[in-house]
Design a protein around this ligand. Structure first.
Ligand SMILES: [Zn+2]
Ligand SMILES: [Zn+2]
Length: 316
């Protein structure tokens, strides 16, 4: 694990809106060490896959031990990472204690989930204020394509010259609108928006800020099951059970504009008969155990069934 028994020398502090892992990138840059791993050697050994989307990981615990101010570990994560959007959807039995890397189920199927995103206007403002540009948590939320402050399309780090999975380790902080390595213009990310996508984005912000109360996950899944009429696969489906499941899935697949799925997931339309990505298999969402489904998946189901997260009925 890390070196939590002593306080490392940090040459930079965490900013109010900053993602915890973004701090490590900046620390690397300011340290003068060439490699990320070496720069962090007194802080953490958890230096690979520095994606913004990790729900829990040893580096978070190591930073909690450095920066925590008496709050619980979960409170710390809510204030510094995307934990608030994942927390309502973590099943009982999955520990959040900084011991292992916990990622959302099939994270690779969700567009931009593992990319560090930033807004060019926010970067300009940072520079005007004499601050080194930093990665905001809001921009790293699942499904987020626009700046919550400027409504500007977000940018991602250069795809032309990055090494696979090395983005933060290489870039350290948000660039401007051109790549600082190969000088190519950075393209804004693809951002189809309609009322459903904007609703998902707004709901993500509310979840992250702790503005929403959601039913315990086990009750939420019961509601999905009863509302959708989906039955458990138990050594084989009955004919009616299979039909019910297929109808529910088809209703769901057709509920949204297909562009919504394409905007949110990488692997849509992989097969002409399948509009949705596998992560949106309703049967899995309801019955699969031991994984954390993305809040995007839950929000889409909630959108279809109840319209809004504020309208979820209680289980009777
Ligand atoms: Zn902005
Ligand atoms: Zn480049």
């Amino acid at each position: 694990m890390g070196y939590s028994h002593h306080i490392a020398h940090f040459n930079t502090g965490l900013k109010a809106e900053e993602h915890l892992i973004g701090l490590l990138g900046r620390h690397h840059f300011l340290s003068g060490f060439r490699t990320y791993k070496k720069a962090l050697s007194e802080i953490t050994t958890d230096v690979t896959k520095q994606h913004p989307s990790a729900i829990d990981r040893p580096a978070y615990l190591d930073l909690y031990n450095q920066f925590g101010k008496g709050e619980s570990y979960r409170e710390f994560l809510r204030g510094t990472t995307l934990f608030g959007v994942y927390e309502p959807f973590i099943p009982d039995g999955i520990e959040v204690n900084g011991q292992t890397l916990l990622m959302p189920y099939q994270a690779y199927t969700q567009r931009y989930l593992n990319d560090w995103r930033y807004c060019p206007r926010c970067v300009e403002e940072d520079i005007e204020e004499g601050t080194m540009p930093f990665f905001r948590r809001e921009h790293q939320l699942p499904a987020m394509t626009l700046c919550h402050k400027h409504q500007e399309r977000l940018l991602v780090l250069c795809k032309e010259c990055h090494q696979q999975d090395k983005e933060l380790e290489k870039y350290s902080y948000p660039a401007g609108t051109t790549c600082k390595y190969c000088s190519c213009d950075l393209e804004p990310i693809d951002s189809f928006v309609n009322t459903d996508i904007l609703w998902v984005q707004q709901s993500m912000l509310r979840l992250m800020r702790g503005e929403v109360e959601i039913l315990p996950l086990s009750e939420l899944k019961q509601l999905y099951q009863s509302q959708l009429g989906i039955t458990q696969y138990c050594g084989g489906f009955t004919v009616s059970g299979r039909n019910m499941n297929q109808l529910a899935q088809r209703d769901f697949d057709n509920y949204f504009d297909p562009r919504v799925f394409r905007a949110l997931f990488n692997n849509c339309d992989g097969n002409a008969s399948l509009k949705r990505p596998p992560a949106l298999n309703l049967h899995n969402v309801i019955f699969k155990e031991g994984v954390v489904f993305s809040p995007v998946v839950h929000l889409l189901i909630i959108r279809m069934l109840f319209g809004d997260i504020d309208n979820i009925p209680s289980v009777s």
